[in-house]
Ligand binder design. Structure first.
Ligand SMILES: NC(=O)c1ccc[n+]([C@@H]2O[C@H](COP(=O)([O-])OP(=O)(O)OC[C@H]3O[C@@H](n4cnc5c(N)ncnc54)[C@H](OP(=O)(O)O)[C@@H]3O)[C@@H](O)[C@H]2O)c1
Length: 295
């Protein structure tokens, strides 16, 4: 059982989903449709409302937006998409004021004993977890491995050819974002006694390198795809030329350079959802159309 009590003894009636237009968030919103709960989304882009669902458009760092989004809410799915936790202060204050049941999406790369994390992306998750705990919010933390949906970043290259070029990255147990969403829904809807941990490590079933992922995607597409690792400096120049944010580019490259190979494969998706984690081969098959040019 978690050491700290959560704030819900009954199932929530109104859930806020942050990052609701993103890979994980939209899967959560979709899954919550089949449950008897009111859902509100928060993202900068607006989503059309429907019965039982409303959208708040605004920034997670804007106190007025966050206050409006949290009004009447009794459970929150929280992501923190920024590379710095300083702008989270108003959000933390608003969350503390209502003491809701909080599910935070973090990273399996967080190394608890380390004084400093491997790269800025992991550091922000470690810092955010510490801030949420420090504020007495008793979050249920879902630490996710590399999301399979990151593969969507290869779509432009694969619509143009059969080679994926980019920085190499450590081997990890890539996890399907649908499994992360299903785990989040289970955690959001659970009563206190139904969660056996404060923190879950959500992984896919097998450790994969970038090259393994490209091979599996190629098998699903019926094409002989190839991964070609690009040195950091060249990858940096290309990403900046594509108009990507410099701080993000440097954080991604630091992750590719400093994040160690993972050996972690868990059954925590199944513990929360009752279903084993999907393979990347399955993800590739289900999303093949996104990488295939229409004739
Ligand atoms: N990718 C991975 O491998 C991985 C692994 C572990 C953990 N995570 C965590 O999982 C989170 C979700 O991943 P994802 O792939 O679903 O992300 P995503 O597709 O990039 O979606 C990000 C979401 O955050 C919203 N957003 C961004 N900046 C915002 C801001 N300032 N204020 C309000 N909303 C904002 C975006 O919507 P708008 O643009 O409409 O605002 C979008 O809904 C990541 O942010 C990361 O913290 C990711």
């Amino acid at each position: 059982m978690p050491d700290s009590p959560r704030h819900l003894d009954a199932r929530p009636r109104s859930i806020l989903v942050t990052g609701a237009t993103g890979n994980v968030g939209r899967e959560i919103v979709e899954r919550l449709r089949s449950h008897d709960v009111n859902v509100r989304s928060l993202a900068r882009r607006h989503i059309e409302s429907r019965p039982g669902f409303e959208s708040v458009a605004g920034d997670l760092t804007d106190p007025a937006v966050v206050r409006a989004a949290l009004a009447g809410i009794d459970a929150v799915f929280l992501i923190w998409p920024l590379l710095d936790t300083a702008p989270a202060e108003p959000l933390l204050a608003e969350l503390s004021a209502i003491q809701t049941h909080l599910v935070y999406l973090s990273s399996t790369a967080v190394d608890d004993p380390a004084a400093h994390q491997s790269d800025p992306i992991v550091q922000v998750h470690a810092d955010m977890e510490a801030l949420l705990h420090g504020a007495g919010l008793h979050p249920t933390v879902l630490r996710s491995d590399t999301l399979a949906s990151n593969t969507r970043g290869w779509a432009a290259q694969l619509l143009a050819g059969d080679v994926v070029r980019g920085p190499d990255i450590a081997r990890t147990a890539v996890v399907d974002e649908r499994d992360v969403a299903a785990a989040a829904v289970a955690a959001l809807l659970a009563r206190n006694e139904e969660l056996d941990r404060d923190s879950y490590l959500l992984t896919g079933p097998e450790l994969l390198s970038r090259s393994d992922q490209v091979d599996l995607l190629g098998a699903a597409l019926g094409r002989p795809l190839r991964f070609e690792a690009v040195p950091s400096e060249l990858a940096r120049a290309r990403m900046l030329a594509d108009g990507r944010n410099e701080q993000l580019v440097d954080a991604l490259l630091a992750a590719s350079t400093h994040r160690p190979d993972s050996t972690l494969v868990t059954d925590h998706v199944e513990r929360l959802t009752g279903q084993p984690a999907r393979t990347f081969a399955r993800w590739s098959f289900d999303h093949a159309a996104e990488f295939t040019r229409r004739r």
